[in-house]
Write a protein that binds this ligand. Structure first.
Ligand code: FAD
Length: 511
């Protein structure tokens, strides 16, 4: 535990110089005005802090929510909203260790991806198949289902979750710590564990620790490729050929025991004002077939189009990798190269699971809204549709989880960024809303769950618009889009473990 544990628990209130920094999210759109932010360092401190917060009367009836923060990367205002009274910040609680009694690796909920990669891998040779961004916190990442560049090879983070410790509040306001295991005989505890395998953060209690069993070994070496094409070289047909080739490759390479099935890639369909479309790909270079798989992937995508590939010239969303040719490097070095997260800025996001390559209509809409036919006067180098490869081991889960999208081949993320001081929020948000709605126009403006080609949205990339009829005319609620058939059971768990709905936000599980 931290050497600061002898210092009394930190409570930061208005007037303290730390207050402005601790009252906002990583996404600079979200700024709260809580009565206080409390930093907790141990599970017991977290329990006591929650008990105290639950027992207090709000000074302002418009600010009643108690929220929990780990890495602070939430895309919506679930942690730093205007109605927040108390923020319980678990980021000082970031230990990573092996727990002999659990026969599992224990990671505290305030640990970031970087704590896990940088501390766990050097001592154990193991890793969680989590996200690329260093500063994402496990407290939000894991319950969402957390995925990353190793996921086609090794599945989701929650596929390794063995147990979770949660501070929960009962109907009388009593708060206690409970440990819920995958193999608990008590079905209610088992339900609490299951709800943390895809049910989303901020729903059931304050998570203090996760335990993982059977963690995989990442490759010693990976081959990393980064290329880009100039937008000015694209016709609509070339664009369609590129997007189709990417989708078909992943439709056809879904076996995680082959090198091609392990290969992970991100296609960066930037707005034309960026000047380029980008592609990043990583494959296991310990696999003797890795280099061939990378060459065949690049041939299958780049080889299908006329525009000549060149180097990336600028940041694309969260990434900028400047390489001439695919380069072999240690896995941890590659993780560092891809892990920056993009820095301080405002952002808005939307997501889609795809079970099949994009349809002609979807590609036409993306072409139009990336600035070729619509939004031609809009200029933002950081407006993009990022298409990630998906599936493989994700689609072969070792046990049932609440992460229900298990037959998709692509995971799409619409992203738009702008600097707080530059303003222009309305234009950026209009672009992302219109581009997304047009792409999924055939199904009411959203990628419906259980659809012919789509399977809903990722709770790790929450989007408040899914609850707004102007942007979702599909007839499917956000609950169905994120959770499909798991929602009813998530509600049961909610009623059992958070009966007073202490943990709530715009898209929390409704008791
Ligand atoms: C730059 C960037 C890159 C990303 N890359 C990926 C990626 O590659 N793969 C991927 O799967 N996702 C990715 N994400 C999404 C990320 O997984 C989610 O935003 C995740 O919820 C962030 O967790 P956090 O703890 O950092 O955020 P927070 O804002 O702290 O929390 C997010 C939610 O979880 C709740 N929560 C946090 N801690 C706790 C806790 N201890 N107990 C109970 N509830 C808690 C919060 O209340 C909130 O509702 C990325 C996000 C960003 C900003």
């Amino acid at each position: 535990m931290s050497g600061l544990s002898a210092v009394p628990a930190t409570v930061v209130r208005g007037g303290d110089k730390r207050y402005p920094a601790l009252s906002r999210g990583f996404n600079q759109r979200w700024v709260a005005a809580p009565e206080y932010v409390r930093l907790v360092r141990t599970p017991e401190e977290a329990r006591a802090a929650l008990a105290e917060a639950v027992g207090e009367e709000p000074a302002d009836p418009a600010r009643t929510r108690i929220t929990v923060r780990s890495g602070g990367h939430c895309y919506e205002d679930f942690v730093c909203g205007e109605d927040v009274r108390v923020i319980l910040d678990v980021s000082p609680m970031c230990g990573v260790s092996y727990d002999e009694s659990m026969k599992a690796y224990c990671v505290e909920a305030g640990a970031t991806n970087w704590h896990v990669y940088g501390r766990l891998y050097p001592v154990s040779g193991k890793a969680l198949p989590g996200g690329a961004c260093f500063s994402v916190g496990l407290g939000g990442h894991v319950p969402a289902g957390g995925f990353g560049l190793l996921s086609r090879q090794h599945g989701l983070t929650v596929d390794y979750l063995y147990a979770v410790e949660v501070a929960v509040a009962d109907e009388d306001g009593n708060v206690r710590l409970v440990v819920a295991r995958r193999d608990d005989r008590d079905s209610e505890l088992c339900g609490l564990w299951w709800a943390h395998t895809g049910g989303g953060g901020g729903n059931f209690g304050l998570v203090t620790r996760f335990w993982f069993r059977g963690l995989p070994q990442p490759p010693g070496q990976v081959l990393l490729a980064a290329l880009a094409w100039d937008w000015s070289d694209f016709t609509k047909d070339e664009f369609a050929a590129l997007v189709t080739a990417f989708g078909e490759y992943f439709r056809d390479h879904q076996n995680p025991s082959t090198a091609a099935g392990k290969l992970f890639a991100m296609l960066k369909l930037n707005h034309v004002s960026n000047g380029q479309i980008g592609l990043l790909a990583q494959v296991d270079a310990d696999d003797p077939d890795g280099p061939r798989a990378m060459a065949e992937f690049i041939a299958a995508v780049d080889g299908r189009i006329g525009p000549a590939a060149t180097k990336m010239r600028s940041v694309m969303g969260e990434h900028f990798v400047h390489l001439d040719v695919p380069r072999a490097m240690p896995w941890l070095t590659a993780a560092r190269a891809l892990g920056s997260g993009g820095g301080n800025r405002c952002g808005k996001y939307k997501s889609a699971y795809l079970r099949k390559p994009f349809t002609v209509e979807q590609i036409d809409a993306m072409w139009a809204y990336l600035g070729n036919e619509r939004y031609t006067d809009y200029a933002n180098r950081q407006a993009l549709i990022q298409v990630d490869s998906y599936g493989g081991a994700v689609n072969r889960p070792p046990h049932p989880t609440a992460a229900r999208q298990r037959d998709s081949i692509l995971k799409v993320q619409y992203q738009v960024y702008w600097a707080e001081q530059d303003g222009g929020e309305d234009a950026h948000i209009a672009w992302i809303r219109d581009a997304y709605k047009a792409t999924f126009a055939a199904t009411g403006g959203v990628p419906v769950a259980g659809g012919e080609t789509t399977d809903g949205c990722y709770i790790g990339y929450p989007d408040a618009d899914l609850g707004d009829r102007r942007w979702n005319e599909s007839g499917q609620s956000w609950e169905t889009l994120y959770y499909k058939d798991a929602y009813a059971k998530l509600q049961e768990v909610k009623r059992r473990w958070d009966p007073c709905n202490v943990f709530r936000h715009a898209q929390s599980i409704r008791p």
